[in-house]
Every structure is written in C-alpha cells, then in structure tokens.
Design a protein around this ligand. Structure first.
Ligand SMILES: [Cu+2]
Length: 160
C-alpha cells in the first residue's frame, strides 16, 4: 500500500543494519493483516524460562488472535498475561488466545502479555536472534526472530 513511504524507510534501514548490533534493530514482520513490531527477548539460562515481547497490530477489518507459538529452542511456548492476585502479580495462560481487534495494537511487554518459552534447550544470549513461529487464527503462521537483549532489560518485573 504505502509504497513511497516504505521506499524512503528502506535505505536508512539498510544503513542501520550495517552499523548497529542486531539486537538494536527495530525489526518488523507481517502475516496477512497482522504487523509484528520488534520482537525481542531477554538473556536467560539453559533449562530456564525465556520470554518473548513485541507489538501486534491488526491492519485489517477482521478480528484475529494469536493462538499459539512454537520455538525449536524451547520445549513449549505459551501465551501469558499477568494478573493481580491479592497484591501479588501472577502469570496465567491467555484463554483462547490473544485477541487483536481491527485497528488495534496489542503490546507484549514485561509485566503484561508475553510469550513464555518454557524449558530452554540452550541459553538465550544477548545479541543473538532466536527464531519463534507465531500462529494466528486468520493470518496463519509466521516465523520471527526475537532479538535477545540483556537479562532484566526494560523493567525486570517478570517473576517465575
Ligand atoms: Cu509467563
């Protein structure tokens, strides 16, 4: 659609890619009507639990939802949210997937919605890219790379 704007962003993007470490890039993906912005994670040890954060924007006219995920690096991937339970923040799987209404942007971030990478088969190391497949009800499956940032990046309020 916005071909002129995309073109004007292309060159600075390529220059940035050459100049900056991978984790610093604001990379993005699309699957059907879903735009996925800057998927990232945080350093974590093998056998531990990792997280996945990103923005999901529905650019179409039909509701969609993130229903599941898969990563070769983890035994299982779940979609979690945090709930307040008697003053304690607890994590809970999102029932039926994470809904993304038309025109809406849903943010997965520390302290809120996130992907949970359960049973890491190898450590998540800062600066690396970790492939994860996201499965949307309508938009289908798309592989994205989580850019691994420092442990505890942006908050560190995520408890397991
Ligand atoms: Cu979690």
């Amino acid at each position: 659609m916005p071909s002129r704007r995309s073109f004007s962003l292309l060159l600075p993007g390529l220059l940035a890619a050459a100049a900056l470490p991978a984790a610093a890039l604001a990379h993005s993906y699309t699957a059907g009507d879903i735009a996925i912005g800057h998927p990232w994670s945080r350093a974590a040890p093998a056998n531990g639990t990792g997280a996945g954060f990103m923005t999901l924007r529905n650019t179409g006219a039909t509701p969609d939802r993130l229903v599941s995920g898969q990563a070769d690096i983890a035994r299982a991937v779940e979609i979690h949210t945090h709930i307040q339970d008697g003053g304690v923040m607890r994590m809970r799987p999102v029932e039926g997937g994470l809904a993304i209404a038309p025109g809406q942007e849903v943010t997965l971030a520390p302290g809120g919605y996130h992907l949970m990478l359960i049973g890491l088969k190898q450590p998540l190391k800062q600066g690396e890219q970790v492939p994860v497949t996201l499965v949307f009800e309508r938009a289908g499956a798309v592989k994205v790379d989580l850019a691994v940032e420092a442990a505890g990046a942006r908050g560190g309020q995520h408890q397991h």
